[in-house]
Design a protein around this ligand. Structure first.
Ligand SMILES: Cc1cc2nc3c(=O)[nH]c(=O)nc-3n(C[C@H](O)[C@H](O)[C@H](O)COP(=O)(O)OP(=O)(O)OC[C@H]3O[C@@H](n4cnc5c(N)ncnc54)[C@H](O)[C@@H]3O)c2cc1C
Length: 400
């Protein structure tokens, strides 16, 4: 790359927004150096660690992102956390422009008493565990009755994975550990609670219909009103004769989580008490203190156009909040790329790679090892240990 480069851009976060942004930048300016940093040793963010293990078709977007590194010349620097391993100011000093596409990884809290009782789990913590994220601990036990709070697709993902039988997980990359956690829960009843009416639920109709095809479920839903989610719910209500009961409840506002030492019930604002052994909250995500997002946005004169400060941009969930599917990040990334390129002056040369970073070739070694280790009925065996990932990336032999 060296001499031909006439400008260097760092992207913090190699999830879909970072990848779409890099694609747009390099399409318009193939001469640029575009470096994607990620705190994980592997790229692709929530495509790998959020999108459900049984939705491999959705994960196939990765093949498009591979071209970014293999043909468009972007560089991947994994296992480098900006704000910890390299300060944001130090990164900005090395590049002409920096774009923050770091997503939102903290679970939004319900804000009700009892939320910290054992047995209450955030959907981010659960889905990271189900996807073998290296920083995800095993959540506590589930139990027979699980309440899922939320009206979006993440809530549906969790319900589906709790409901599926072993043969319905064929072809996924759900690990034995994750499948074992679900099975050990012995879930018999799932209650999905949404604050609003069915007409304002954010579920995709196709996700609801998929529930209607599961052998193990019997579905109950009183879904009134218009809209694709409500219609899809009416279509699946009464379906199935499986051993697991799934009840959709709308207009159900959680007021407190109750229990002695662990969750025993969820009390609604109406006063109704729903007995449960675990509560999974799926009500959105926030940045926590990652990269000082809130302060950066508050001080930005042009955050609406993706510019937080001169030479500093934001895109994806980090910019917009926890809304939108993978493809929805593409159009926005293109807008931010146009803004960034319009601001970019005569640029500098590519900086040297940060020491110890996992590069794209390192990720390919991890990827190959995971595919090679796939057990029967699975498409890969994800490695969930950072040490093993680093060793594989460095070309060392790692026993499974
Ligand atoms: C559980 C779940 C399931 C979903 N399922 C679907 C689905 O099936 N279909 C669909 O279309 N959409 C799905 N989505 C939405 C989709 O994942 C998002 O639209 C998309 O991932 C947002 O992309 P992003 O790049 O903004 O953030 P992310 O995908 O979160 O990527 C952010 C990246 O930044 C990195 N990072 C964070 N902080 C730092 C730092 N300080 N330094 C370096 N790197 C950092 C992270 O490690 C991560 O790789 C799902 C979301 C969730 C939460």
């Amino acid at each position: 790359m060296g001499a031909a480069v006439s400008g260097a851009v760092a992207i913090v976060g190699a999830g879909p927004s970072g990848c779409f942004l890099a694609q747009a930048l390099l399409k318009a300016r193939p001469d640029l150096c575009v470096d994607l940093y990620d705190r994980l040793p592997v790229p692709y963010g929530l495509v790998r660690y959020g999108v459900a293990a049984d939705h491999q078709g959705t994960k196939a977007i990765i093949r498009q992102f591979e071209r970014l590194f293999e043909r468009q010349g972007a560089r991947f620097f994994g296992d480098v956390e900006i704000g910890r391993d390299i300060g944001l100011d130090a990164l900005r000093a090395r590049y002409d422009a920096v774009a923050l596409t770091a997503g939102l990884s903290e679970d939004r809290r319900l804000g009700v008493p009892g939320e910290d009782l054992p047995g209450v789990m955030g959907s981010g913590a659960v889905t990271r565990f189900l996807n073998d994220h290296p920083d995800a601990a095993e959540p506590g036990p589930l139990g027979r009755r699980v309440a899922v709070v939320g009206a979006g697709n993440v809530a549906i993902d969790i319900v589906r994975l709790l409901a599926k039988g072993p043969e319905e997980l064929e072809g996924s990359d759900l690990s034995a550990r994750a499948a074992g956690w679900i099975a050990a829960g012995g879930v018999e009843e799932i209650t999905l609670l949404a604050r609003g009416p069915a007409s304002s639920a954010k579920f995709d109709a196709v996700m609801v219909k998929e529930l209607g095809r599961l052998a193990g479920l019997r579905i109950e839903a009183e879904a009134e009103g218009e809209g694709p989610a409500a219609e899809a719910l009416r279509a699946v209500a009464g379906r199935g004769a499986g051993p697991k009961r799934l009840v959709f409840r709308f207009g159900a506002v959680p007021a407190a989580i109750e229990g002695e030492g662990r969750v025993a019930a969820l009390r609604l604002a109406s006063g109704e008490v729903i007995g449960c052994d675990a509560v999974v909250t799926a009500i959105g995500f926030e940045a926590g203190d990652n990269l000082g997002r809130d302060a950066l946005r508050a001080g930005a004169e042009d955050a609406g156009r993706g510019r937080l400060a001169p030479g500093l941009y934001a895109a994806g969930w980090f910019r917009r909040g926890p809304r939108g599917t993978i493809p929805e990040n593409r159009a926005e990334a293109q807008e931010v790329a146009a803004q960034l390129l319009a601001d970019l002056g005569p640029g500098r040369a590519a900086p040297p790679p940060p020491p110890g970073a996992v590069d794209y070739e390192g990720w390919r070694r991890i990827d190959a090892a995971e595919r090679a280790a796939a057990p029967s009925g699975r498409c890969r065996a994800k490695i969930g240990d950072r040490g093993a990932m680093r060793a594989l990336a460095a070309g060392e032999e790692v026993s499974p």
